[in-house]
Design a protein around this ligand. Structure first.
Ligand SMILES: Cc1ncc(COP(=O)(O)O)c(C=O)c1O
Length: 369
């Protein structure tokens, strides 16, 4: 049977494949998706339950209460805040708003794996600028901006390498970007940053009206399952971007839960501090075992394993741990609960003790994969 005719771009687009987190009937230790390791706290659960009573109604399409609260916290006008169904939906809105055939988007590579997908879907050409020592090469990125560039993405900390760009370097970069070119600073993991030279790009939004800063409730605020994020930018820009978002996309339960999470922010930030301490503990242990681990500032660590990445991913699976594999490049392991992190460290230690026997082929046999 012939297929209905669709966009040819879809033929070359790889489907997003999340890491499988079960094996047979067993749940693997979930260290593949950079979620919060902590279960929801009672005030958030109560807000979700209460919001459940009204789900026969449409949500507030403008997310007024949440927008008001975020604007208050960041000390900006409400018109400068846009709430979306996860920061991914807002990223998509940015691509939709900026993209058309011939337009280019500049971003570092490797970075968040969905940037190229969003670019393809929005008819934009991706200009990937290689990382330098696992970090954004802002100088090289600036040289790749041309008349065709409509969007520049900076992921800070970078997913999956965890590296950061400091405030001064960011500002120097923004000085080189034409004001007609939109810059999106993706701060999905900003709450986990311990580096003093990194400050949120939010303080730069006044000086650079072409800058938007994206935040999410999926990581530090523990609401990955509900899909809610937001961006902050100049009012005229945000007014236009709002038009590229689907009405009613942020459901009423997510809106209530996000407000409840803001209400217990201090407790959530204490959880973040626990995760940061775990990240430091595991990184130190891996370094002591001889691994090369960048100074990752998110809720994850990055191991550049090159051609051994897939085999190491299967090795972890065998040990009951799901990690994120970037074939031929490296693996990203989320910081989870201490026993899960310890299990990962033990698996990594065993891998190092047995490298000669662990060829990809031998592993394939062993895993039956
Ligand atoms: C860098 C980065 N940006 C954006 C997102 C999307 O987050 P969400 O849509 O859950 O807000 C993620 C998710 O992992 C991410 O790693």
């Amino acid at each position: 049977m012939p297929m209905p005719r669709l966009r040819t771009a879809l033929d070359s687009l790889a489907s997003y494949r999340p890491t499988d987190r079960t094996r047979g009937h067993h749940h693997l230790r979930p260290l593949s998706a950079n979620e919060s390791a902590h279960r929801s706290l009672p005030p958030v659960i109560a807000a979700v339950a209460e919001a459940g009573l009204d789900i026969h109604r449409y949500p507030d399409p403008g997310c007024a209460e949440l927008t008001r609260e975020l604007a208050r916290r960041h000390g900006v006008d409400q018109g400068r805040v846009l709430v979306g169904a996860g920061s991914l939906a807002l990223l998509q809105a940015l691509f939709q708003a900026a993209g058309e055939p011939g337009a280019e988007v500049v971003y570092a590579w490797r970075s968040f794996e969905l940037y190229p997908v969003l670019a393809d879907l929005a008819w934009m050409r991706s200009v990937r600028v290689p990382l330098n020592d696992e970090t954004h090469d802002l100088a090289a990125m600036a040289t790749r901006i041309t008349d065709a560039t409509r969007l520049v993405l900076i992921c800070n900390p970078n997913n999956p390498t965890g590296t950061v760009v400091g405030g001064d370097a960011l500002q120097a970069f923004l000085d080189r970007v034409p004001p007609t070119c939109l810059v999106a600073l993706d701060e999905a993991y900003v709450e986990y940053v311990g580096e003093p030279r990194v400050s949120s790009g939010l303080r730069l939004c006044d000086a650079y009206p072409n800058l938007v800063v994206l935040r999410t409730f999926s990581k530090a605020y523990g609401l990955a399952g509900l899909r809610v994020g937001y961006l902050v930018g100049a009012v005229d820009l945000v007014t236009q971007l709002r038009k590229a978002c689907l009405a009613y996309a942020v459901n009423s339960v997510a809106q209530r839960a996000a407000l409840a999470a803001l209400g217990i922010e201090q407790e959530l930030l204490r959880q973040v501090a626990t995760t940061v301490a775990e990240r430091q503990r595991i990184r130190k242990a891996l370094l002591a075992d001889g691994w090369d681990v960048p100074d990752c500032q998110g809720n994850f660590l990055w191991l550049r394993l090159g051609e051994n990445s897939a085999a190491f991913g299967r090795w972890c699976l065998d040990a009951g741990i799901a990690v994120r594999v970037f074939d031929g490049e490296g693996i990203r392991v989320s910081i989870g609960a201490a026993p899960d992190n310890d299990a990962f460290r033990a698996a990594a230690q065993q891998w190092r003790e047995k490298p000669p026997a662990v060829t990809a082929g031998a592993l394939t046999d062993r895993c039956g994969a």
